[in-house]
Design a protein around this ligand. Structure first.
Ligand SMILES: [Zn+2]
Length: 483
């Protein structure tokens, strides 16, 4: 454990009566952002958590994609730390976000798929930060994260309001289902609501805004903004569609779809940039701890599947993971060792000096890796899980039951007991997982298989029964989310 640098920024306790000492203390209190009468406490940054739905890492220029899909995320990476090998635990929105918010994996949380409400008693990040004095707010862009599914816990403000027809073609038909609308909203609408909250609470703009060293500074905020635009259907606004048209002269439908997906990413990146610009103009950005992640990737037919949920290949689970906090962290650092969304909460606990939780995390703190004072274990197993399917679904894929995987070192081992499949990939030589070497490398499959089986042998929380309202279940079913 490193001594917290924030210890040096604690407001000094006021001990009268020496006048000179008092004057010094008052100056120190002002400079440190503390007011006389405040209890001694570590100064903490604002925390901005940005989740970008359905954003696979290798389609962002911040992770080397050839097309300029994410110029603003490139800036975030340049100004901060980029985790080059980051995983979502499940390519499914709600369980993945719940893992991000708790430091536990979906299996430990008893969340097998969307539409099953998060009710695990472990504290959420919003609850922990709220207890630590943060003002908390969330602005989400999809009904999958509706408050009825549990992630609103701990947020003083939870904006999950979606007007009918405020989203792409979800309001009509999708996958053969007739939709009722009101399922999601565009990134700009979500961003504007978040900016309004920042204004109304005195963080940006207006007479009440104050810099972090002003005496009128409000308490630090924890703001979570979730943008849904890269999720299918891919219908980028005209500007982004024109900016990133298909490269091919006579594009196939798939090539058109991929270009449209890239356009949605560019649009989302622009929303992120606008929000960061707003904070920068208010003088708050560099003292804000910004975390940018995704909840899962997207198939794009790499393994015969266009979307997400059914498979655990890299395109479905590899995500961007960026951390920006120039006041504390190095700029331009890249961490290669595998990390996961469940690492975010333990990292924040250590970085912000929060009280340790009663329950152990599944994730680990990335603080030393972020600061460049230590390295992560490159062999650490990263466990992955597919959502549970009760019956076979689209494209004739056999997706019955559960599927699990583990990434450890260069190996990725995938196992589905109901489907009776096992696969092994060497990600060093086969990063696209096109050559299953299980039969020829049986010895190499043993350690990851054993690690996976040991993990599966651990006790697991049972999914809570009947926790979704009838209306919520109906709307989810219309989207094919609940079977
Ligand atoms: Zn999602």
């Amino acid at each position: 454990m490193h001594p917290s640098r924030f210890e040096t920024r604690r407001c000094p306790a006021l001990r009268p009566p020496v006048a000179l000492l008092l004057a010094i203390l008052l100056v120190a209190a002002t400079v440190g952002g503390c007011r006389s009468g405040d209890p001694p406490a570590p100064a903490r940054p604002d925390v901005l958590l940005i989740t970008l739905d359905t954003l696979r890492a290798d389609h962002t220029s911040a992770y080397g994609y050839a097309r300029p899909t994410t110029p603003r995320l490139e800036e975030v990476a340049r100004d901060g730390v980029r985790f080059a090998t980051a995983y979502a635990p499940m390519p499914t929105t709600l369980p993945s976000h719940a893992s991000l918010m708790t430091g536990l994996l979906p299996r430990a949380l008893g969340l097998p798929k969307n539409g099953v409400a998060f009710t695990h008693p472990t504290p959420t990040l919003a609850e922990t930060l709220g207890t630590a004095g943060y003002r908390t707010a969330a602005f989400v862009s999809s009904f999958v994260l509706d408050r009825s599914f549990g992630l609103a816990r701990g947020f003083a403000t939870y904006d999950d309001h979606f007007e009918r027809d405020a989203c792409k073609s979800f309001g009509q038909q999708w996958e053969g289902f007739q939709l009722e609308g009101g399922f999601c909203r565009r990134g700009a609408a979500t961003r504007v609501q978040a900016e309004r909250w920042l204004e109304e609470n005195g963080y940006v703009g207006g007479e009440r805004a104050a810099s972090r060293d002003g005496t009128r500074t409000p308490p630090p905020y924890f703001l979570w903004i979730h943008l849904f635009d890269p999720h299918d259907p891919y219908e980028p606004p005209a500007a982004e569609a024109e900016l990133l048209p298909p490269l091919e002269k006579d594009p196939t439908d798939l090539q058109k779809q991929i270009a449209a997906y890239d356009g949605e990413i560019r649009y989302t990146d622009d929303q992120v940039g606008r929000l960061l610009d707003r904070l920068n103009t208010a003088g708050r950005l560099d003292d804000t701890l910004v975390i940018v992640v995704s909840d899962h990737g997207e198939g794009l037919m790499d393994h015969g599947w266009m979307h997400h949920g059914a498979m655990l290949y890299e395109e479905a689970v590899r995500i961007p993971f960026l951390v920006r906090w120039p006041a504390r962290l190095p700029r331009g650092r890249v961490v290669e060792e595998p990390v996961q969304l469940a690492d975010v909460v333990p990292t924040l606990h250590e970085l912000l000096g929060l009280a340790p939780p009663a329950q152990a995390f599944d994730g680990v703190s990335l603080r030393d890796a972020l600061e460049g004072t230590g390295t992560l274990d490159p062999q650490r197993p990263i466990f992955l899980q597919r959502r549970t399917y009760d019956r076979e679904i689209e494209l004739g894929l056999n997706v019955r039951g559960q599927k699990f995987a583990v990434r450890t070192g260069p190996w990725k081992y995938i196992e589905a007991r109901t489907e009776k499949t096992q696969e092994l990939y060497d990600l060093r030589t086969d990063p696209s997982e096109l050559d299953d070497v299980l039969r020829t490398r049986k010895k190499d499959a043993k350690p990851p298989a054993e690690a996976l089986h040991a993990w599966l042998a651990r006790p697991v929380a049972a999914p809570p029964p009947g926790t979704v309202s009838e209306d919520a279940a109906k709307r989810l079913e219309a989207l094919g989310y609940v079977e």
